[in-house]
Design a protein around this ligand. Sequence first.
Ligand SMILES: [Zn+2]
Length: 285
Amino acid sequence: MTHSTSILKCPHCGIVLLEKEKHYVCENQHLFDKARQGYVNLLVVNQKKSADPGDNKEMIQSRADFLNKDYYWPLANTLNTLVEKNISDTFPLHIADIGCGEGYYLRKLKSHFSSASPHHYYGVDISKEAIRKAATTSKEIAWFVNSVIALPFLSGSQDILLSVFAPADFVEFSRVLKPSGCLVVCSPQENHLIELRESLFSTVTAIGQEGMMEVKAGEHFNLEETLPLQFNCELNTKKDIKNLLTMTPFYFKSSREQQAKVLALEKLHLTVDVNFWVFRKKGST
Ligand SMILES: [Zn+2]
């Protein structure tokens, strides 16, 4: 994908980054090569907390296998509807998914909009494995390895930002959004995957911090809408149950014995409990 007007920002010096065939380059000659798969790694060394940050290959593969069976389709569908409701009628829009993982939700959003609305789509994740996987699934989305705390976009360049089950940096989100821009956040709530957590742990710790999202975003954003979503799915194969376990943070928080109990299950009835927040950048009209 070639952008006639680039909205990308050089992670070293902050000026515009231009796509030139097999690499991206700024006027100060900072050069970033495109990987064979088409993505670009714009993560600079001082943003890395470890040599290989983010979700690992096993987690990414499990998530891809699980999501591609569309167990979370109601979630993607709600996200698509919320975005459609909140976009302006100017085309093309710049739409970025921050913490996109292997890109399931962004691909679903892209296919939701017809090819008659050729928006620009960007997927950003700190995990190189996630972006590598994402890049194999769509060449029409621009994929970047980057940190949420220093996004690879010029200020005021994005129309829509998505943050689904991902760390949020509201200062950075506000910086890269246009004044009319809109942010859609989706986070797990109290009963999210409760059956999995109860199968793993004798004491289930609470997740979801009601009201916290508004507080954290409030300095930079006005809350436009909240939308809770609960639905159930039935996992009927051991493979799907293993994929679910492996893709969640509970995998690393559980012992081998706890995991073995879940991996022995033939079926798992699952509650998905999330909340959506639609935010508008403060000062927008
Ligand atoms: Zn530069």
